[in-house]
Design a protein around this ligand. Structure first.
Ligand SMILES: [Zn+2]
Length: 390
């Protein structure tokens, strides 16, 4: 079971400094939760992820259910042992994948509208159904992207899969609505998410023996409601009323940083402040300070790893695109202020060469540096809270 302690609350903003204790160690919050979709931070070993200052990772329930299947993971001793990661671990609920396979796939969109300005005309109305998945009050029917087999995941199935995987923190099954959904559609989806949340709490249960309670995985409930004030605050109140150990904030958060702060301000006042709050799928460098100031403790994001694999390094002086030939003559480290082992040992010229030669080591070096850089950046934000700067 987890224990969450708030060490300091900022006087300047909603930011909080905390300590999240899990059966597999501590997480200093606010913290970035790097993504380990297939039980691996792509290109790195678990030891390397730890050396890049990752405190906690999030693996993907949907993908691990399809491959290798939760039974294999369970009989291998659970996710921690399976992937040799003996630190804190989360799994998501699979809800977001419903969205990506469904409307997200149909419309070619992610949850951040700004990335896809060409799709502003699309509308998802009350009785809409995506092409590849069928959403019902029980859960979601979909075709396996691996062999086309008809599969089903509902709240009960999601919890059972996550229990078998064995992460420290698991999430309730939810429906993540796409950015263009109408009020009526989101209202229906929020109702489904709430019904499913109740089932998740019941299925996960609360064992009576102290030993089992200590070992129990923490369950976070997910707040939806898109960009609609009444739905967001209703969802926050409802999820807060159930017996969850923490909260996830999912779904569309508007188009601008201002929208995001506004939407968070409808949510956080309705949440028990003693429980940790995780923001799902948001954590670009320039968003971090704002979401932390809004009282968020944890956030997962694919940016450092995803961009690393595409040849992009994040540095104190901005992003570097190592695909550019100019870096072949550049003898500086990626970032002269960075203390990571890549910046101590390699130069931009060599990494640019590896990127151009499509060598796997390029992805490894950039992924390592980017994670170290992001985690160090969040560390500096924790220090700012300590020093009353934010
Ligand atoms: Zn570095």
């Amino acid at each position: 079971m987890i224990k969450f302690e708030i060490i300091k609350k900022s006087k300047k903003s909603g930011a909080r400094l905390g300590l999240l204790k899990t059966p597999n160690g501590l997480v200093e919050t606010p913290a970035l939760v790097p993504v380990a979709t297939q039980a691996v931070v792509k290109t790195l070993t678990s030891e390397e992820a730890k050396a890049a200052k990752c405190q906690i990772l999030i693996a993907n329930t949907f993908h691990l259910h399809l491959k290798p299947g939760e039974k294999i993971v369970k009989t291998s001793g659970g996710l921690h042992e399976f992937m040799n990661w003996s630190w804190p671990l989360m799994t998501d609920s699979g809800g977001f994948q419903v969205f990506s396979l469904g409307f997200g796939h149909d419309l070619g969109v992610g949850k951040v509208m700004g990335f896809f300005p060409g799709h502003k005309g699309a509308v998802i109305d009350k009785n809409a159904q995506p092409k590849k998945v069928r959403i019902t009050s029980q859960g979601v029917f979909f075709k396996s992207p691996i062999n086309g087999e008809e599969l089903f995941i509902g709240p009960k199935e999601s919890i059972k899969i996550q229990e078998a995987l064995g992460a420290d923190i698991i999430f309730a099954f939810d429906e993540c609505t796409p950015p263009f959904s109408t009020y009526e559609y989101v209202k229906k989806a929020v109702k489904r998410t709430h019904d499913w949340a109740k089932i998740c709490v019941d299925v996960h249960g609360n064992p009576s023996s102290p030993r089992l309670r200590r070992a129990r995985q923490a369950l976070f409930g997910i707040i939806q409601g898109s960009k609609f004030e009444d739905l967001r605050s209703e969802s926050a109140k409802f999820i807060n009323s159930l017996n969850f150990d923490g909260f996830g904030i999912g779904g569309d958060l508007g188009e601008t940083k201002k929208d995001m702060a506004k939407i968070l301000s409808w949510i956080t006042p309705n949440l028990d402040e003693k429980k940790p709050r995780h923001m799902l799928g948001i954590g670009r460098l320039d968003d971090m300070e704002n979401i932390i100031k809004s009282g968020i403790d944890l956030f997962d994001c694919t940016v450092p790893t995803h961009y690393g694999r595409r040849g992009i390094a994040f540095t104190n002086s901005g992003e570097l695109n190592l695909n550019k030939s100019v870096f072949l003559k550049d003898k500086k480290p990626l970032d002269s202020k960075c203390g990571c082992s890549v910046c101590q040992n390699y130069k931009r010229n060599y990494i640019a060469h590896l990127v151009k030669a499509k060598e796997i080591t390029a992805m490894r070096l950039l992924t390592f540096h980017n994670l170290y850089f992001f985690n160090t950046f969040v560390e500096s934000l924790r220090q700012k809270i300590k020093n009353n700067q934010i």
